[in-house]
Structure formats: C-alpha cells, structure tokens
Design a protein around this ligand. Structure first.
Ligand SMILES: Cc1cc2nc3c(=O)[nH]c(=O)nc-3n(C[C@H](O)[C@H](O)[C@H](O)COP(=O)(O)OP(=O)(O)OC[C@H]3O[C@@H](n4cnc5c(N)ncnc54)[C@H](O)[C@@H]3O)c2cc1C
Length: 394
C-alpha cells in the first residue's frame, strides 16, 4: 500500500473530503468519492485495516455485487447455501437454495482488499491516527480535524464512519442518541461437525437480546457468536456446550453490535455519518456491511453533488428506501425479541410445515429482508405459513 499511506511527520492535510474510520463504510465512501474526482484523506486509528477481526463475515453475494465488491479469493473463506433456525423448544426450519447465496469472508482480508482499492483509486490514508475533534475552520471555509498526534486535516466535507465508538458523532450532533448497542462475544471453534454450507441460528430461553449463531469457515472451523446485555461470553460457552459439545475454542473476540433503527442525524449538509455509527444495520441480525456500504456510496454521491454542483439533499433522498426497509426490519426484530419461547416455537414450526423455505429461496433477500418476506408471504406457502401460525397461537 506504500506511497499513499502518509506518515505522521506530515502534520497538515487538505482535501475535499476527510473520511474518519477505515472500516467497510469509510473505505467504500472514500473510494467512491475519489473515483468521482474528489481529493480524499482517510483517517484510521488502528495500524492495520480490519484488525482486530470482529465479524462473522457473512455477506450476501447479491449484496456484495450491489456495493461494487467483486467476489475475490483473497477474502472468501466459504460459500453458504442456506441456514438452519432452531427454536427454544427444538423446532427446526431449514432454508436452502440451489446455489450459494452468501460468502463467509475473513474480515481482515476484506478490509485490506477495500483499502487497497481505495488507495488504488487515489485516497490518501493516515493509518495509526485517531481523530480527536472536528470543528469549523477559522473563516468558515471548511472543517478542521485534529489528530491525537498533533497533526491536522482539513476539508470541505467530513464523512464520519467511526463505527460503534460514536465518540465524534456525539460531539458533532447534539441530538445524536443510539442506545441500541449490545455487547457480543464471538468464539472461533474447531470440530463443529456441521455442514459447511449452512449457517445456524439458535433461539434460546437465555438468549433474549439476540440469537446465537454459528457461521462455518469450513467443515472443521466456525465462528460462534452470542450478543447479550449481560455475560455474552458465558452464554456463548453455554451455547457451545449444549449444541456443539465436541468442539474446542481456539480464538475469541468481543465487540458490540447495533440492533436499532437507522438514525436520522448526519444525512444532510457537509458532515455525514455512515455505517454502524448511523445505525445503518439490519436490526434482525446486526449485519451492517452491505447496507452500510450502500449508504456509504450514497454519501459519496452526496458529497460530490454538494462540492461540485452545489446541490444538496442527495444522501437523505438516496437512502430513503434503505431507511424504510431498515425501520421495518427494526420493528420485526423488536417483535421477535419480545416473543415468548412458545411463540417462537410456533413461528418456526409453521415456517417448516408450510413449505415456505422454497419460496424464501426464490423470493427472499438477505439484505432487504422485509421486502423479501412480504414477497414470500404473498404466495401459497406464505398463506399456509400464516394460517399455521394463527392456528398454533390461538
Ligand atoms: C462479532 C460480530 C459479528 C458480525 N457479523 C457480521 C456479519 O456476519 N455480516 C455483516 O454484514 N455484519 C456483521 N457485523 C457487523 C459489521 O461488522 C458492521 O456492521 C461493520 O463493521 C460496520 O462497518 P463500519 O465501517 O460502519 O464500522 P467499523 O467496521 O466498526 O469501522 C470503524 C473504523 O473506524 C475506526 N475509528 C473509530 N473511531 C476513530 C477515530 N476517532 N479516528 C480514526 N479512526 C477511528 C475504527 O478503528 C474502525 O476501523 C458483525 C459485527 C460483530 C461485532
């Protein structure tokens, strides 16, 4: 990545756009803005992109296409053809497709791939630098970002993609509030003994905030995660003991996932929020790489229109459909996580008995889940599912 990674002895940077945060959202926004001809500086506090690795890395193939990320062997660990949902009472719903629907990615390698692409398109990168404050420049011509090493960067527009920390977002927007983060623990497990083509999801009476999952990397190794407000690590170990007793833990990471609605702040003007910090995440699964990537592209388009054509409003307009979907996803997630174990059993049983699996394989969408679900329910198996669900509940 040599030439474009600026060293810290260069203390003042000026660009059209400064992007803060080198996760997927920041890297995609930076590359898109640069490809449009804007000068871009990206600031990332870690010294290696994507490290520490804290992601299951499950992304839909269609979603990656939409965010302009081609499938590439450098980051793909596995292909996923479907999933198995386990209810608290042991009901099982299996979803499978005739072709792979998702990839399992090594997240560090994916972020490196995105970083190389951003640098290749002209983005200047400051690695190992933390943005500590942002303010309007004297004279009002732009914005100044102060770095922890005393350096400064200035630009006409800022894209804040700082992920879960949300430190700058809270300072920049007095109305910023996102009480939707949940701690998550992810174990790397060996000898899971499950089919490498299927991801697993478990609802349990002790997992009330979020399901537990296993995403296989191959037939031997997988990523098992549990998000919970209290003791996610202990709960992850319990899930492992109960469901995959012969396996062994060979790695561990912890972080937070977002399980709320998309936020309405940072969608206008010269300071934008993108990715997790903006709540651009599917509340059902905590997955934000594809939807955050779509919003990041919209943010780049907004900045370009604002700086080159003096035309505003592009970001808010472009994400309106995505936001509608994410808000609906949040409502569905809220409903699911407020349901009793018996109701989840009934839901999973009705799905399994109705033949909904085949319809979902054809009409479902991992990223636009509610749109895909609505399309699937408007079918014979969808109606059978609804009728079965009503019968078991009442
Ligand atoms: C255990 C786990 C499993 C997950 N599994 C999936 C999955 O399977 N599929 C999926 O789609 N999503 C998954 N997610 C969610 C996904 O990781 C996030 O949605 C995604 O990383 C969000 O990207 P981002 O660029 O917004 O933020 P991040 O990836 O968090 O990147 C933010 C970056 O900003 C940097 N930064 C922060 N503050 C500053 C600062 N002041 N100055 C400079 N740099 C700063 C950070 O170092 C970081 O690199 C998972 C998350 C976790 C924790």
């Amino acid at each position: 990545m040599g030439a474009s990674i600026l060293r810290l002895w260069m203390v003042m940077f000026r660009a059209d756009v400064v992007v803060i945060g080198g996760g997927p959202a920041g890297l995609i926004a930076a590359a898109d803005a640069s490809q449009r001809g804007l000068s871009v500086t990206l600031i990332e506090e870690d010294i290696i992109f994507g490290r520490p690795e804290r992601c299951a890395g499950l992304y839909s193939i269609r979603g990656l296409e939409k965010i302009g990320v081609p499938l590439h062997k450098s980051y793909i660990q596995n292909f996923i053809w479907g999933g198995v949902i386990h209810s608290p009472g042991g009901e099982v719903f299996e979803l499978s497709s005739a072709t792979p629907v998702a990839v399992v990615a090594a997240r560090e390698a994916l972020d490196r791939y995105l970083a190389e692409r951003a640098i290749g398109s002209g983005v200047d990168v400051l690695l190992g630098s933390r943005a500590v404050s942002c303010s309007v420049e004297a004279g009002g011509g732009g914005y100044k970002v102060v770095l922890n090493d005393g350096g400064e960067a200035s630009a006409q527009a800022l894209v804040v993609a700082e992920g879960a920390s949300a430190t700058l977002a809270r300072r920049l927007f007095s109305s910023y509030s996102a009480p939707y983060w949940i701690p998550i623990s992810q174990l790397i497990v060996k000898n899971h003994g499950l089919d490498r083509r299927q991801a697993h999801v478990w609802f349990k009476n002790y997992l009330k905030d979020f399901f537990g999952y296993l995403v296989p990397i191959n037939e031997e190794i997988g990523k098992l995660g549990v998000a919970a407000r209290h003791d996610p690590l202990a709960k992850a170990h319990r899930l492992l003991r109960e469901e995959i007793p012969g396996s062994k833990v060979i790695g561990y990471s912890s972080h937070s996932i977002y399980r709320g609605p998309p936020l309405e702040v940072g969608l206008d003007g010269n300071i934008l929020l993108v990715g997790d910090v903006a709540g651009q995440v599917k509340a059902t699964t905590g997955g934000g790489v594809v939807v955050g990537g779509l919003c990041a592209r919209a943010a780049a388009s907004h900045v370009y229109s604002l700086l080159k054509d003096r035309r505003g409003g592009v970001y808010r307009r472009s994400v309106s459909n995505i936001y509608r979907e994410l808000k609906a996803t949040y409502l569905v997630a809220k409903t699911i996580y407020s349901m009793s174990d018996k109701a989840i059993d009934a839901l999973v049983r009705a799905a399994s008995e109705s033949g909904l699996s085949k319809t979902l394989a054809l009409r479902g969408d991992m990223d636009f889940q509610i749109t895909g679900l609505a399309r699937s329910l408007a079918s014979y198996s969808g109606l059978r599912f609804l009728a079965g669900l009503l019968r078991s509940l009442f």
